[in-house]
Write a protein that binds this ligand. Structure first.
Ligand code: NDP
Length: 281
């Protein structure tokens, strides 16, 4: 069997970015993204750096607000409210992880829905539920873009999503349902019941967003399946996904590399959400 084709996020991201450059030029002024970083978590700092670089390359103003690790939840919410009131700010993003005593989803509830460029406000999540998609969670949307790139028609396909977080698995399941895929969402309960393998084995499309290296064995992959690995895990000095790549690539038709799959696309989608928010405002 031939090796799977690589589903590289960069190629799709570059196409999106080309369109975004033109959209920015058509706006009266450069859109402004306010990014809130609490503390100095190294992975969040790296993510912020890459966001800032891409924003600048597109003509977007990226304002980083680095706040002290000691900030309380109420103080952070007050900060968000100030950015809501600032008409020069088009979009707000709260970087994760946050300190343990701050609830990320609660903070997101205070972002104005039309400035919530990550699609985390309940109003925006609710719109996804009703199929009135406006701003959609970036990672879930990145997965949909990758699937679209393969040319697959999702209608009636057996899609298995592993992971049911608010930022990836749950919104993704809704987006897939919108396309009439048959969606199974697996989570820790599925694994504990010993049923993860049987669900993965019948997936025509498998999307994994857990954060556990090697959780999905390569020989579980159905021949010809499309495999999208959202997971990011540091193993020694390497970054790997949740799927055993080498063996999975011998069975899949398409597979995302990690790094280089979903990641590069997520930031491009974030910028697209910002520009769409600025246009709507
Ligand atoms: P969360 O920790 O919020 O969610 C992980 C999910 O996996 C939960 O639903 C959890 O279930 C489930 N889970 C945990 N253990 C198992 C198991 N043994 N079997 C099946 N399901 C399990 O993580 P995120 O959704 O935020 O992120 C998931 C991964 O994706 C991480 O590695 C993260 O770094 C990566 N990521 C990558 C992005 C990118 O741009 N490439 C963007 C966002 C995330 P339960 O909650 O019930 O325990």
């Amino acid at each position: 069997m031939a090796l799977a084709k690589l589903l590289e996020g960069k190629i799709v991201a570059d196409r999106i970015k080309d369109k975004l450059k033109a959209s920015v030029l058509s706006l009266k002024q450069a859109p402004v993204l306010a990014s809130i970083l609490v503390g100095d978590d190294p992975s969040a700092m790296a993510y912020v750096k890459s966001q800032a670089k891409i924003a600048t390359s597109l003509g977007i103003t990226y304002n980083l607000h680095q706040l002290a690790e000691s900030i309380s939840e109420d103080e952070l919410i007050d900060f968000v409210l100030k950015l809501n009131a600032d008409v020069s700010v088009n979009g707000i993003i709260v970087q994760i992880p946050l300190p343990q005593d701050i609830n990320y989803m609660k903070v997101c509830e205070f972002i104005l829905p039309n400035k919530d460029v990550e699609g985390m406000h309940p109003t925006n999540i609710g719109k996804v539920l009703f199929g009135r998609v406006r701003i959609v969670a970036c990672t879930a949307n990145a997965v949909m873009e990758l699937l679209s790139f393969t040319g697959i028609d999702l209608y009636g396909k057996e899609v298995v999503v592993v992971g049911h977080s608010e930022i990836v698995g749950k919104p993704l399941a809704l987006l897939l349902l919108e396309k009439f895929a048959t969606v199974t969402v697996c989570h820790i309960g599925t694994s504990k019941a010993g049923k993860l393998e049987e669900h993965v084995r019948r997936a025509e499309i498998l999307i994994v967003a857990v954060g556990k290296a090697g959780l999905i064995k390569g020989d579980w992959i159905k021949e010809g399946a499309i495999v999208i690995d959202v997971g990011i895990n540091r193993v020694g000095d390497k970054i790997v996904g949740d799927v055993e790549f080498a063996t999975a690539a011998k069975r899949a038709s398409w597979i995302t590399p990690v790094p280089g799959g979903v990641g590069p696309l997520t930031v491009a989608i974030l910028m697209r959400n910002l520009i769409e928010a600025a246009q709507a405002q």
